[in-house]
Design a protein around this ligand. Structure first.
Ligand code: NAD
Length: 337
């Protein structure tokens, strides 16, 4: 099977490519990525020369390059490419609409024209918005996104549904909860807390820190996505959760404990506008239909993640220092053509 993976140089995409090369060695993978600030070719350095792997630099929002990549026969698409950071979407929503909405629709349109066999669209649990109390949202719950990021993801999610209903594009949508694990860009909550703790820097906590997220170890998500790719039903949506709801403040405290730092490093900062209080999804459908279940408990996943960041200090230090930007420019030059 030849799979086009978009956004494969980012956090989940890179983990998925490593996972797929291990689990399905006969697959051919094309990684199509624009290499924005969060797309890091170093995440795939170890597989660059793998015969089943190829990188193509390109923009999903650019119709011409998308069309060119589909000129060879592709069996399936997994669309990870996105602008993914809520805080950045509050600063400037434009790139979010361009990539997440227009870019996703370009891919779906081209996939429809070429009659590809399967299209997995990676959405998010953030499309449901905040949920109070102890309830959990199932796949049929109406969307109520709060940030420009989640609104752009909700728009793409609805376009995906429309492409199934109208054109019968064999599309499946996944909505996962917060992922964590290796290769996550250190502006996101867990890697930011971990790398700051390593450096003895304050850990910034939004507002009262009582925001609740469900945490999913990234390799569990990769396994679920592969299950959906191979066994999911066309036109369906699958929630993918970790079953590990935690308050932000408790996650930060746990990180301080594991890294041997003091809680005096916790620093409450002004809250994010429109901050959703709690995300919680019911993911019984994917369990029922495919037998997939999250395998990694939060405490175990967090220890593994912290160990990975400890062993890969050069990786994250290059990102948080100016060196990363120099490497970015080199990568742009290298893949210009
Ligand atoms: P990321 O920011 O780490 O990676 C995004 C990747 O997309 C980068 O490699 C970037 O270069 C690439 N990209 C951006 N714009 C592009 C464009 N126009 N054309 C081609 N490539 C482009 O994001 P992530 O955390 O790995 O998230 C991947 C997907 O999973 C996103 O769709 C996100 O919405 C979704 N998701 C993420 C989480 C999470 O916790 N990280 C949870 C649920 C859903």
């Amino acid at each position: 099977m030849k799979v086009l993976i978009t956004g494969g140089c980012g956090f989940i995409g890179a983990n998925f490519i490593h996972y797929l090369l291990r689990k399905r060695p006969s697959f051919k993978i094309i990684n199509f990525d624009l290499l924005t600030y969060s797309g890091n070719p170093e995440n795939l350095k170890s597989v660059e020369k793998h015969p089943g792997y190829r990188f193509v630099r390109g923009d999903i929002a650019d119709k011409k390059t998308v069309s060119a990549i589909f000129s060879e026969r592709i069996d399936a698409v997994v669309n990870f490419a996105a602008e993914s950071h809520v805080d950045r979407s509050i600063e400037d929503a434009d790139p979010f609409l361009r990539t997440n909405v227009i870019g996703s629709q370009n891919l779906m349109e081209e996939a429809r024209r070429r009659k590809i066999d399967r299209f997995i669209h990676i959405s998010t649990d953030e499309v449901y918005g905040s949920i109070a109390g102890r309830k959990k949202f199932g796949e049929d719950h109406p969307m109520a996104p709060s940030s420009p990021y989640s609104a752009s993801k909700a728009a793409a999610d609805l376009i995906a549904r429309a492409y199934f209903k109208t054109y019968r594009l064999p599309i499946i949508i996944t909505r996962s909860s917060n992922n964590y694990g290796p290769y996550q860009f250190p502006e996101k909550f867990i890697p930011l807390m971990v790398t700051n703790a390593f450096q003895g820097k304050p850990l910034p906590i939004y507002g009262d820190g009582l925001y609740v997220r469900d945490w999913l170890y990234v390799e569990d998500n990769c396994e679920a996505i592969l299950k959906v790719l191979e066994e999911g039903k066309e036109g369906e949506v699958y929630n993918i959760g970790g079953g590990c709801e935690r308050k932000n403040i408790d996650v930060a405290k746990k990180i301080l404990k594991i890294t041997g730092r003091d809680e005096s490093l916790l620093k409450h900062v002004a809250d994010r506008p429109g901050h959703d209080r709690r995300y919680a999804i019911d993911f019984s459908k994917i369990i029922k239909e495919t037998g997939w279940e999250p395998a990694v408990k939060f405490e175990e996943g967090l220890k593994r993640t912290i160990a990975w960041y400890r062993q890969n200090e050069t990786w994250w230090r290059r990102i948080i220092s100016g060196d990363y930007l120099v490497a970015r420019r080199e990568a742009y030059r290298r893949f210009k053509d």
